[in-house]
Ligand binder design. Structure first.
Ligand code: GCW
Length: 687
């Protein structure tokens, strides 16, 4: 009998390990454990909160949980007060957030202490770069979940609704409370009636989960679809057109969030086309939103092919406008001054714009970090960014504190992440890319969280095999912790540094091939292309050395940072080595802190990056007994591809830079296995 039970359990266990396609994300838990819920109020949101408790309760069986919507001054926004079996909040959404927190703690085994838990940012948004035809700019996980082309483009099907519901639930479970549904390179058709009707259908599904909808707009819409002669933001007809358009939107979607605008950037139209400023454009739209409580997120991602260092341009353009924006305008600034590179210093606009609401924009989709092929956990990058010291109001003025309302009394606080979600079964293309969606939500909720805690939670939720009767607290066996959780967590926590090593160590940046931004192309400079779209503009390799001189002898971008940071960055001896070649052009023989020459150090870094990914392969193979076969195999094959690619990065960059350094690759590291001319000929086409 005992043997039979053993066999039965082994079968159950192997079935559990057999196949998971990743569609359930970090929400795999189902429990039959009974729980009593007391809640005086009812609403669609509270109904979801109850259902979640009923389906996922892992506390003591038959416990009573009280959900109480009651004002409490210590609770902010959609935060909540949590005690073992009670959740109190000012809003229904606060209750739902509390339920997800409680269930997560039960599932990960984290203690449930009495606490008021408030979000760091008021608005925690995903930005989808989805186009109306269903394609996604910089999307690597299939087509859009919102838009498609074809005869049924605007038909709302049951399948659509189911997927949007799953999407809303996943977001709500990590505290995301808004979605911009379309690309910042926006089509004017976004504002047409039939499109707005589809937005309405999406909003209806997202609403009970507390997620507001927002749209990106094209600034020239009044002329393009409104029949006006101009889109000048100071023209009375244009002002009226936008007012009416916003009114129309609210008549269709009463809780609409607002607009996201990319203007006078990379060829998009904007107020400057009419001799007006960003403030003129943003304020005109903000005024249209005022009666409805909506907001305008205006992007500061601007640069032109001028002789001025690209890294300085956003600051130059926006700083003079500080204090001129309406209080329902938020300036959306990418984390770094150039463009979502594997490593950048923070944008100097953070903390410097003191009279304006400023929100960070992070990129969850891995445009510059190996698309959905490379395993790169981005949380460490965002943590580094949020914890960066700006010194704008003395020490402790981190980017997080400068943007979350701790230092400046911003009317609105917000943070956005460019989504990595598509129609792929596992949503993100790579199982581990789900962790970046998860990490964004968690950091937006609590900007002080560590990546270690986030990775720990995510692995437990995503990979733990729950017990077969699904009713007990999952047990994290010592074996599982030692042989799965710990090594996988280590991989995740190191993975971004590994990518920096094999792609762009020591502050190198933007040395990608062509415009797909996947493989290396330090040589890429087709005749006639704007120089700021070519890698040599950024690496500046020559026979003397390597790197972009942004010190006072060069572009002096360091002057945009507050002292003492500015002086620290200006001197190569005090500039953190991770940013060395971002701020300095140094000779190949420059002595690093460890005594090596710059050239040798670069070689070792590239080689280390390759070795790191090779190690991930070994570690992942060892994890096989702990993962279902489908996800195991899919990650294994992605890691193989990542290794091949890391090797190409190393070979391409070292062989290319060696033409200038004219020094040998240190003899104790692996030799290149690719030929530079062939790599250049292929030009690293993605497919
Ligand atoms: O990094 C660049 C991307 C563009 C993107 C742009 C932006 C949406 O290559 O694809 O356009 O940034 O952020 O506006």
């Amino acid at each position: 009998m005992k043997r039979l039970i053993g066999v039965f359990m082994a079968v159950c266990f192997s079935i559990a390990l057999f196949a998971e396609n990743g569609h359930n994300l970090w929400l795999r838990n189902k429990s039959n454990n009974p729980v009593n819920i007391v809640s005086k109020k009812s609403s669609a949101t509270l109904a979801i909160a109850k259902e979640e408790l009923q389906q996922g309760w892992l506390g003591e069986a038959n416990s009573t949980v009280t959900l109480l919507v009651k004002q409490d001054k210590t609770i902010k926004g959609d935060g909540f007060k949590l005690t073992t079996n009670n959740i109190q909040a000012n809003t229904d959404l606060g209750i739902l957030n509390g339920v997800y927190e409680l269930l997560r703690r039960q599932q990960t085994g984290e203690a449930i202490q009495d606490a008021v838990i408030n979000p760091s940012y008021e608005l925690r948004l995903l930005n989808h770069w989805d186009n109306l035809d269903g394609s996604i700019e910089r999307g690597y996980a299939g087509l859009s979940i919102f838009w498609r082309k074809g005869d049924d483009a605007f038909k709302v099907t049951e399948t659509d609704k189911q997927l949007w519901k799953e999407y809303a639930r996943a977001n709500a479970s990590i505290g995301i409370n808004g979605s911009v549904l379309n690309n910042v390179n926006a089509s004017p058709d976004m504002l047409k009636k039939e499109t707005l009707e589809r937005v309405k259908a999406i909003a209806e599904i997202l609403r009970p989960y507390g997620i507001k909808t927002y749209l990106s707009i094209k600034f020239s819409s009044p002329a393009m679809i409104g029949g006006l002669k101009t889109s000048d933001p100071l023209d009375p007809e244009v002002i009226t057109w936008w007012k009416n358009k916003v009114k129309e939107i609210y008549s269709i979607i009463p809780d609409f969030g607002g607009f996201l605008v990319k203007a006078n950037s990379e060829g998009q139209p904007g107020p400057q086309d009419f001799g007006r400023t960003h403030a003129d454009g943003a304020n005109m739209l903000a005024d249209a939103f005022k009666p409805f409580g909506g907001i305008v997120m205006w992007r500061a991602f601007v640069y032109s092919p001028s002789t001025e260092d690209r890294a300085k341009q956003a600051y130059n353009e926006f700083m003079p406008l500080d204090g001129q924006f309406r209080d329902n305008v938020i300036i959306q600034v990418k984390n770094g001054p150039v463009d979502f590179q594997p490593r950048e210093p923070f944008s100097p606009l953070f903390g410097a714009m003191k009279k304006t609401s400023v929100m960070p924009e992070l990129q969850i989709t891995q445009e510059y970090l190996g698309h959905s092929t490379h395993l790169v956990f981005l949380s460490t990058m965002w943590e580094e960014f949020l914890k960066s010291e700006t010194y704008q109001e003395g020490s402790g003025s981190t980017v997080a504190r400068c943007t979350d309302g701790s230092i400046f009394p911003q009317k609105h606080t917000a943070i956005a992440g460019v989504s990595n979600i598509g129609l792929d079964t596992n949503w993100c293309g790579h199982h581990f890319a789900q962790s970046n969606w998860y990490a964004f939500g968690r950091l937006a909720w609590n900007d002080q969280l560590t990546s270690k805690q986030i990775a720990d939670e995510w692995i437990k939720l995503t990979f733990n095999q729950t017990s077969s009767d699904n009713s007990k607290q999952p047990l994290f066996s010592p074996d599982w912790i030692v042989n799965f959780l710990n090594p996988v967590e280590e991989i995740m926590l190191e993975s971004r540094e590994a990518a920096v090593n094999y792609m762009m160590p020591l502050g190198l940046h933007h040395i990608f091939a062509g415009d797909h931004h996947y493989g290396p192309g330090p040589w890429y400079a087709p005749k006639g292309l704007r120089s700021d779209w070519t890698p040599p503009y950024y690496h500046k390799a020559d026979s003397d050395g390597l790197g972009f001189d942004r010190s006072p002898t060069g572009s002096n971008a360091v002057s945009q940072y507050h002292e003492p940071l500015s002086s620290q960055l200006a001197d190569p001896k005090t500039c953190p080595e991770i940013y060395l070649l971002w701020f300095h052009h140094l000779s190949w023989d420059y002595k690093m802190q460890n005594g090596k020459t710059l050239w040798d150090e670069i070689c070792y870094r590239y080689d280390t990056g390759v070795q790191q990914v090779r190690d991930y392969q070994k570690e992942w193979d060892k994890a096989e007994p702990y993962v279902d076969s489908q996800r195991f195999g899919e990650v294994q094959s992605k890691l193989r591809e990542q290794c091949k690619n890391a090797q190409i990065w190393k070979d391409a960059c070292l062989l290319y830079f060696q033409q200038f350094s004219k020094r040998p690759i240190p003899y104790d590291i692996e030799r290149p296995v690719n030929v530079l001319d062939e790599l250049i000929k292929k030009d690293m086409k993605r497919h």
